[in-house]
Design a protein. Structure first.
Length: 272
């Protein structure tokens, strides 16, 4: 097994959470359901096999893509084939972080996947070939960082109101409302919702709910003896029914089933 993680410096740090590389034996389970976190990602399969994304409601249905995919910001779960995790390179964006690198607004790729060749014609294959020819992981990370900077299509900045809202929603999702953000940024609700949706991909309310769900996952991940009512209260849910409804909407599982099936990776849940 070979894997690595690289966190970029400025100016990419505000937009890219990390570059990562994974090479290892197939998992003991065939498929994993990925939880939504509101963050876009790029996945490049370094094996010569098209990528497949499955419908969590029907695992016999899938969509097939090329060798590199832009996975948009999610508010719903999706399913991957673990066989395709054999040798993979990825770019995990910060919330709203993919916006400067594509001409389409982030709202057009939300809860969906797009073949990168459709967005970065020609250059994706060149990057993939360079990654395959790299002698070590550090070289891969340097190539990807330089490539992404070259692909910049907009200024490396988000609207100040959006940047403020993202910080509040991510740091204090259990205690931040859209109204409290609007009180601080001086934009109308309609204007703020439009800019946020374009740059982040989800609506402010949906993104805030996803971050509250993520707070739950961080709280309980691989933790024995979970007191779910206490978790719900600490994470800002007003009652247990509200908590269970949101948890199932975002994960596809009840909280107790999630706890049993959770893997070492926060947002990965084993299926079959």
């Amino acid at each position: 097994m070979v894997n690595g993680l690289y966190t970029p410096q400025a100016p990419l740090a505000q937009f890219v959470k990390c570059f990562w590389y994974w090479e290892g034996a197939p998992q003991t389970h065939a498929k994993e359901q990925l939880m939504p976190n509101g963050e876009p990602a790029i996945i490049i399969n370094l094996r010569d096999e098209p990528m497949r994304i499955y419908d969590p409601r029907d695992l016999t249905r899938c969509k097939t893509y090329g060798l590199a995919v832009l996975s948009g910001p999610r508010s719903r779960p999706f399913v991957i084939d673990t066989e395709q995790e054999d040798r993979v390179f990825g770019i995990e964006f910060q919330p709203g972080g993919s916006f400067p690198f594509f001409r389409v607004p982030s709202s057009e790729i939300a809860d969906s996947d797009v073949d990168l060749e459709c967005l970065w014609r020609g250059s994706v294959q060149e990057l993939r070939e360079q990654l395959l020819e790299s002698s070590d992981i550090d070289t891969m990370f340097g190539l990807a960082e330089a490539f992404l900077l070259h692909q910049t299509m907009r200024p490396l900045q988000l609207h100040p109101g959006v940047a403020f809202a993202l910080h509040r929603f991510c740091v204090r999702p259990h205690a931040t409302t859209v109204a409290s953000v609007l009180d601080r940024i001086g934009l109308s609700h309609r204007r703020f919702a439009q800019i946020f949706h374009d740059q982040v991909g989800l609506t402010p309310k949906s993104f805030s709910r996803v971050q509250r769900f993520q707070r739950v996952l961080r709280t309980v991940h691989r933790l024995p003896g979970i007191d779910w009512p206490d978790v719900a209260l600490a994470c800002g849910y007003y009652d247990q029914a509200h908590f269970i409804h949101d948890f199932q909407a975002f994960s596809g599982f009840t909280p107790t089933v999630y706890a049993v099936r959770a893997t070492e990776h926060l947002n990965h849940v084993r299926l079959v």
